[in-house]
Design a protein around this ligand. Structure first.
Ligand code: GAF
Length: 366
């Protein structure tokens, strides 16, 4: 089984506000080999970490660390009354952990998908995505949206996916710009603040919704809020909550405009919106950090860069950059050198391909 990580072009922190996102599955993946072992125990070996762990299929208790993802998925698959037996699992992969490319969502999506196939459980890809999300919520404690699990399961080669996180309707948007590359730059800062601050942001958005609902009972989430409604009541808001809500309301609109730009092959317009998203995430949503801001500012000065922004939950991880093919080498050299000079750390660069979602692959020979 191969489960991809994801990138997100635009639409950040909009998923749990029931708005739109534009992610894509990529060519960095978690691989798992899974076989029934005739017992009631799940035995897992994580190659990258050189760690093993086991749990009973009936034991749905939370533990610490990566095994939680597998306990959670097993638990929720079992809850529906389906029968799972023990399996041996070997996990490996090349998604950089902590880089904001959703290695944990890939793990949950891929593991759930593999058990689904092995035991003929009949869950749809969408149901598996929700099981992965529920695992994050209840076993890991991060109240994430649905974007990451959805993207890992629904990716399509050469395409981004415009997802409506309320209706769960989605549409594949081709990203076929032969002369441009999607380059991620990893700050190598791992986002330790991310899970607590993530939940705080979510709460602040809900606080904003609760305030506006007094005036507009039909509002269910920030997705339903217009900029006019928000500004009309600004005096009643706590200033921080107001900033958070402003970012989300703008970001949703920006995503729709960005999709139009893509459809019209307007990569320059699309790139400008990426910069605007970064500014909002940094100044109003306050989920960026000095390293991410530095990379985006530097990217703006290098010829051939169409757009750049921080990607994912924030507080570290990667920036996503759209760069002219002919400028990629210079871009990589210049930005890596500048970053190393500033922070004394060499960033990693990844040239991304958009790929299919989770699938069964045969083991390499030998
Ligand atoms: C993380 C979450 F898991 C996603 O659901 C999403 O909210 C993202 O941060 C921010 O857009 O990756």
């Amino acid at each position: 089984m191969a489960a991809p990580g994801r990138i997100n072009f635009i639409g950040e922190h909009t998923d749990y506000n029931k708005g739109f996102v534009l992610p894509a599955a990529v060519d960095k993946r978690i691989y798992a080999a899974i076989a029934k072992n005739g017992t009631g125990t799940i035995n897992v070996f994580a190659q990258q970490l050189n760690e093993s762990s086991s749990f009973s299929i009936f034991d749905g208790r939370r533990r610490s660390g990566w095994i939680n993802y597998l306990i959670g998925v097993t638990h929720f698959l079992q809850q529906t009354g389906d029968t799972i037996e023990g399996v041996d699992v070997l996990i490996d992969g090349d998604i950089p952990v902590g880089a904001g490319m959703s290695s944990s969502a890939a793990l949950c999506s891929g593991y759930g998908f593999a058990l689904n196939e092995l035991f003929g459980l009949d869950f749809s890809r969408m149901e598996l995505a929700f099981i992965g999300q529920k695992t994050e919520h209840e076993f890991v404690g991060v109240k994430c949206g649905i974007m990451d699990q959805f993207a890992s399961l629904h990716g399509k080669k050469g395409h981004a996916i415009k997802l409506d996180c309320r209706s769960m309707d989605y549409e594949y948007v081709p990203f076929d710009f032969d002369d441009y590359r999607i380059v991620l730059i990893n700050t190598m800062v791992s986002h330790s603040l991310a899970s607590t601050e993530y939940n705080v942001r979510r709460q602040q958005c809900e606080d904003g919704v609760a305030l506006l609902q007094k005036y507009y009972p039909d509002i269910k989430s920030l997705r339903d809020v217009s900029y006019e409604q928000l500004t009309r009541h600004w005096k009643e808001f706590n200033a921080t909550v107001y900033d958070r809500c402003t970012f989300v309301v703008n970001e949703n609109q920006r995503l729709l405009a960005a999709c139009d730009a893509l459809r019209h092959n307007d990569l320059a317009g699309f790139g400008e919106m990426m910069y605007a998203t970064h500014k909002g995430l940094s100044k109003r949503y306050e989920v960026s950090c000095r390293e991410l801001d530095f990379l985006v500012e530097k990217a703006k000065t290098i010829p051939g860069v169409m757009g750049a922004r921080m990607m994912g939950g924030g507080f570290g991880g990667c920036t996503i950059n759209i760069v002219e093919q002919s400028a990629v080498e210079r871009f990589g050299n210049e930005i890596a050198a500048a970053y190393k000079k500033e922070f004394a750390v060499a960033p990693e660069l990844y040239d991304m391909q958009l790929e299919d979602g989770v699938k069964i692959v045969s083991a390499p020979a030998g």
